[in-house]
Design a protein around this ligand. Sequence first.
Ligand code: PMP
Ligand code: GLN
Length: 395
Amino acid sequence: LAQRLQGLGTSIFVEMTQLAQRTGAINLGQGFPDLDGPVELLELAARALREGPNQYEPARGRPELREAVAAHQSRFYGLALDPDTQVQATVGATEALAAAFLGLCEPGDAVVAFEPYYDCYAACIAMAGGVRRPVTLRAPGFAFDLEQLRAAVSGGAQGDASGGVPGGGAPARLLVLNSPHNPTGKVFTRDELTEIAALCVEHDLIAICDEVYEHQAFDGEHLPLATFPGMAERTITIGSAGKTFAVTGWKVGWASGPAELVDAIAAAKQFLTFSGHGPLQHAVAHGLGYEASFFTDAATALAGKRDRLQDGLRAAGLEVLPSAGTYFVTVDVRSVGEEDGLRFCRELPERCGVVAVPTAGFYDDPSAGRSLVRFAFCKQDAVLDEAAERLASLR
Ligand code: PMP
Ligand code: GLN
């Protein structure tokens, strides 16, 4: 195994999903809906598979998808994008992230990331030769310390050569932001985003914004960082059909932003996969044009599931931390006399027949998330109810 991949281990989602399959437990670990997205989109994709397009798409993506992404960003956020030069279709948000780091990060560049972070960030940054500079979101509220962010962005206090931060004392080159945030469910507030944007501008950072849960913000509004002053020209915004249309297996994603940055992503993407899935890009292009009510209705339904699972977790004696968006809710297992979320998750299938994901694995500093565990609520009500019933034995 190449050195750059050593220490990254196996994705926690693989481990926990295998555990669910082996034990027959309810999988509230990996975040995927147990009902597929709109039938109309499934039919459009099926027809496209029968009748085409079934050959290579342009490397930038099917024009109708790029146009649909540009129209979506304009309609929801007022962001103006040229579909030919400012949008890149990708194989899921994961490829967009990988291509962004490969295309924009020089070896040794520091990348600021809020921990806990989605697991592919650490791996993609490592593959690009970058150095992570974590900024910690601390339970229970998952706020960050502005001074820690400032130090991570600037490279530390002036006059201090190392700055006391990984990657030496130089300002960071990139910042990666995920809001709504996996695994915590945090939706970054306008004030927080204003502070982040100001630091990016002051230190000339490029922002990579993972907004795959943009339509799953229940409490508070999803505000793209690209809409803040000085940010449109330095921000790559990433979206995915997986969450937006409940088709996580499709792996249709996109990145948008200034042409120069999108060019860098395109330069990497062309040699990763060249192009994406034509029939699915065709269907997703249609879905992005749905009326606003499609997106808000889906969010309302999902918020109901969040409340349902939260009630069940509380009834089981678990302390539930606030989740304002995404597919996920976090509990602190100290409320049921446990210390270690990883051990709790490894034992949970045997104890209760439920699988969850330990949050510690998403932190560089695992002690910050040692007792936290993430549950997914993107499941049918009956499944959530059954899980809650099983978890009641924790009491
Ligand atoms: N970013 C975050 C925060 C995620 O939760 C996920 C999983 N959907 C991804 C990226 C990857 O998205 P995709 O499946 O489109 O590659
Ligand atoms: N994004 C999903 C989650 O956070 C899982 C993605 C994966 O399995 N790699 O649960």
